[in-house]
Design a protein around this ligand. Structure first.
Ligand code: AMP
Length: 321
């Protein structure tokens, strides 16, 4: 099956082709027709399976087909737990939506709200948001959700883990009853199922496996080492041939900073990202790493979840995951 077989408009097909996609992933094959038919969907899928395009493509098509009344209210809301994911989803909407009329804006905390408010005031059909800042802007009167036609709750399980459930429920209470709802979650614990029952109306369920199991695609190694020698082993491993770039996971924010500092002392270029860094510092570090200007990115699991980095040669779990 190719994208040609999916009921997408020519411009979307062209945009995915330009993005280099040839065949739709399983979640895209199943989800796109359902969303186009107006169904509620519960998607059990992890990041990396192509789930962003699975909802973004049909949403763009639906909004394109139903022109707004000219005042540009927000017609689609996507809630996602982290700023990095919000940015990534927003970038994908821009990429897939090239040449189409719907416009997207992104909202997250940790940065000035002014540019975000200005983007909303210019008019955005699609808003990708983290719950905390969105709630804040709603209470300041900058955001109205009265015209929402499609609501997407992304990474629902992580939303619960990170303690955003209260914000999510408060936001959902402001959405119109009549709407299409899509919900995605990597895992389905009881609490997520309960949320799904509350949010979704006769949903179709789509379940896909992770892209490939790690044992097939990735060579894994375990090193036993004294705590005092961990940093030396890390530096040694990073200098070995074949290590083009490496994402190092640390359990704590403090640990991430310390690892990056120790590596710099060893003349290995490293940057750290975690929740205590400003958004611009996080994005700058990520951009440097993606561009290959910096060999090592040290991150906490939360900060790095769902990051999409092409051509990563190594991942090291510095602490036991
Ligand atoms: P996601 O799970 O949405 O974060 O997507 C993971 C990665 O897969 C991103 O880099 C996408 O650009 C890429 N991707 C999504 N759909 C396809 C496709 N059909 N073919 C190739 N790559 C894709």
């Amino acid at each position: 099956m190719t994208f040609e077989n999916l009921p997408l408009i020519p411009r979307l097909k062209r945009n995915v082709a330009e993005a280099g996609y040839e065949t739709p992933t399983p979640i895209q094959r199943e989800t796109i027709p359902l969303v186009l038919r107006g169904c509620d969907v519960l998607g059990c899928a992890q990041t990396g399976t192509g789930k962003t395009a699975a909802f973004a493509l049909p949403i763009l098509q639906q909004l394109q087909a139903r022109p707004d009344s000219g005042v540009r209210p927000i017609r689609c809301l996507i809630l996602t737990p982290t700023r990095e994911l919000a940015l990534q989803i927003w970038e994908n909407f821009n990429l897939y939506g090239k040449g189409l009329s719907p416009r997207a804006a992104v909202i997250f905390g940790g940065v000035s709200q002014t540019p975000q408010v200005e983007a909303l005031q210019r008019g955005a059909d699609i808003v990708v948001a983290c719950p905390g800042r969105l709630w804040d802007l709603m209470n300041q009167g900058f955001v109205s959700l009265d015209a929402i036609e499609i609501f997407v709750l992304d990474e629902a399980d992580r939303m619960l883990d990170m303690g955003f459930i209260h914000d999510v429920r408060r936001i959902v209470a402001r959405l119109p009853e009549k709407r299409q709802t899509l919900m995605f979650s990597a895992t389905m614990p009881a609490e997520v199922e309960k949320l799904a029952m509350d949010l979704l109306h006769n949903p179709e369920t789509v379940k896909v496996d992770p892209v490939s199991s790690p044992v097939e695609a990735i060579e894994q190694k375990l090193f036993y080492v004294d705590k005092a020698n961990k940093k030396h082993l890390l530096a040694y491993l990073l200098r070995r041939p074949g290590v083009e770039n490496c994402l190092v996971f640390s359990r704590t924010k403090h640990g991430a900073d310390r690892i990056a500092r120790d590596l710099k002392r060893e003349d290995i270029d490293a940057a750290a990202i975690h929740g205590d860094k400003t958004q611009s510092a996080r994005q700058a570090a990520l951009n440097r790493f993606r561009a290959g200007e910096c060999k090592v990115l040290v991150a906490t699991d939360i900060a790095a979840r769902g990051l999409d980095i092409e051509g990563l040669s190594h991942v090291i779990n510095y602490d036991q995951p």
